[in-house]
Design a protein around this ligand. Structure first.
Ligand code: PRP
Ligand code: URA
Length: 207
């Protein structure tokens, strides 16, 4: 069963409140998205495997560590790009794949318009980045596409989710763990997360 990890960091709580505020400027929205994303990514990466190495300091040999995983970041366009910047701060060597999905405004169903994911993900540790998990359609379709390339591990990182989307993820991809800042109350009639923070992509990109 999917493990749902809600990251209750005080700085996340602070920044998430700025993101929720309808009067927050684009500049502040971007700044606080970066803070929340960085903390989430630090948390998810706390589980990756590392190997022991020996390093030479200017004075002596020391026991050290090196990340062993070969990581692939997959932001869900467009909004997932906002989290990619933060992930790349910690993982400048990671490969990046893209999937473009857009929800139909009437049906709320996701339509794929772009895909460029590395062909072979065997032995790869995949992190899917998408700030909003509403009906779950986008993340479920993304995971389905990624699984066709046979990765070793898939984790999903989101900022705000709705119970409906979480249930769908658990049902359709029980082997994927989720790291998330908050799970809100419900979806409204337009399938927007309530209280949520509105249309993430529009607020982040200033459109
Ligand atoms: C948003 C968000 C997710 C999706 C979540 O993207 O970034 O990808 O909605 O909704 P779901 O769980 O019901 O599928 P949107 O389709 O608005 O596109 P955008 O990222 O280009 O703004
Ligand atoms: N996408 C968003 O950007 N916000 C929501 O509340 C739901 C989907």
């Amino acid at each position: 069963m999917s493990k749902i990890n809600i990251i209750n960091h005080s700085l996340i709580k602070h920044s998430l409140s700025v993101l929720r505020n309808k009067n927050t400027s684009t500049e502040m929205f971007r700044r606080h998205t970066a803070t929340v994303s960085q903390i989430l990514i630090i948390e998810v990466l706390n589980n990756i495997s590392i190997k022991e190495i020996v390093v030479e300091t200017p004075l002596d040999s020391a026991q050290g560590h090196k990340v062993q995983e070969s990581i692939v970041l997959i932001p869900v366009l467009r909004a997932g790009i906002s989290m990619l910047f933060s992930a790349q701060n910690f993982l400048p060597w990671a490969s990046v794949g893209f999937i473009g999905l857009e929800r139909d405004e009437k049906t709320a169903k996701a339509r794929e318009y772009y895909q460029n994911i590395p062909q072979n993900l065997r032995e790869k540790y995949v992190l899917i980045l998408d700030p909003m998990l509403a009906t779950g359609g986008s993340i479920v379709d993304t995971i389905t596409a990624v699984k066709q390339k046979n990765p070793k591990v898939i984790n999903a990182v989101c900022i705000v989710g709705a119970p409906e989307g979480i249930e769908r993820l658990k049902k359709e991809h029980a082997d994927v763990d989720l790291y998330i800042a908050a799970i809100d109350s419900h979806l409204d009639e337009n399938k927007f997360i309530v209280p949520g923070l509105g249309d993430f992509g529009d607020r982040y990109f200033g459109t």
